[in-house]
Design a protein around this ligand. Structure first.
Ligand SMILES: [Cu+2]
Length: 263
């Protein structure tokens, strides 16, 4: 039981900063349909783990309290107890089977790539910035990153120096396919509210599909240590209504045409 208290305390302390809803057990409020599935998987795993934990802790306590050393006489030794041996062989198989079923079911949903997504975004992750291209609209990053030489080395800065982050804008309630590539080292596309990460591996294009379920502005990060400015490899994610998205695309297109075509 003390370990349960420690665990619970740890969970509260480590999750207390941003999440006020304890039922999410430290996970952010999901911003995508896939994230909702991940969250329920996370919650279900904890419930199952606590059920097993209570049985184990109960067994330990029971042994401590009712089977204390009472003298120098050795208690009756029991071995080859077939029912118990069958129980602790079969039970873990059942537990693993249940975990496997839910993991396989949810994973195949989360990694599903429908053949006809509403929006396609090509994501190029590079040291140390992001480019987002919308091939359906012949649109490249609103502002192309440029290379800045610093005291430590070279870094890519989006737009003007130290100004805004690369912008990824997508419409809510539509399926968005991301094609993820990297020209240099391994990076990782991560938006906490999607409860999802995927690596950008040089020479190995990755893809995934997200269906956002609520509008808002989020921060995207690189989640793979990729060099000196890894921690600055951020982007802004805006989930907007489909109408706002169409308007934004038109705006970007006219800006791009005005500045002389795709970069
Ligand atoms: Cu990176």
């Amino acid at each position: 039981m003390p370990s349960a208290a420690v665990l619970l305390g740890l969970a509260l302390v480590t999750t207390g900063c941003q999440s006020t809803d304890l039922t999410r057990l430290g996970m952010p409020l999901p911003a995508s349909r896939q994230g909702q599935v991940t969250l329920s998987m996370w919650q279900g795993s904890w419930i199952a783990a606590f059920c097993v934990g209570f049985v184990v802790w109960g067994g330990i306590l029971w042994a401590i309290i009712f089977h204390r050393k009472r003298g120098d006489e050795l208690p009756r030794q029991v071995r080859y107890n077939l029912p118990i041996e069958i129980l602790y062989t079969v039970l873990p198989f059942i537990m693993i089977g249940v975990m496997f079923y839910f993991t396989a079911r949810d994973e195949s949903y989360i990694t599903r790539n429908p053949a006809h997504p509403d929006v396609v975004v090509d994501v190029i992750a590079e040291q140390w910035t992001w480019q987002f291209r919308y091939p359906q609209y012949a649109l490249s990053n609103p502002k192309a990153p440029y290379r800045m030489v610093t005291e430590v080395g070279q870094m890519w800065v989006p737009g003007e120096p130290a100004s805004r982050l690369p912008l990824l804008e997508i419409p809510v309630n539509q399926t968005v396919r991301f094609n993820l590539t990297s020209p240099d080292v391994v990076h990782s596309f991560w938006v906490a509210a999607f409860e999802f990460k995927r690596q950008a591996v040089p020479g190995f294009p990755n893809r995934f599909t997200i269906t956002p379920i609520r509008t808002g502005t989020f921060i995207g990060r690189c989640a793979e240590l990729c060099g000196v400015y890894h921690s600055r490899m951020l982007f802004t994610l805006k989930i907007v209504t489909p109408a706002q998205f169409r308007q934004w695309i038109r705006q970007q297109q006219s800006q791009q045409n005005a500045s002389g075509g795709a970069q």
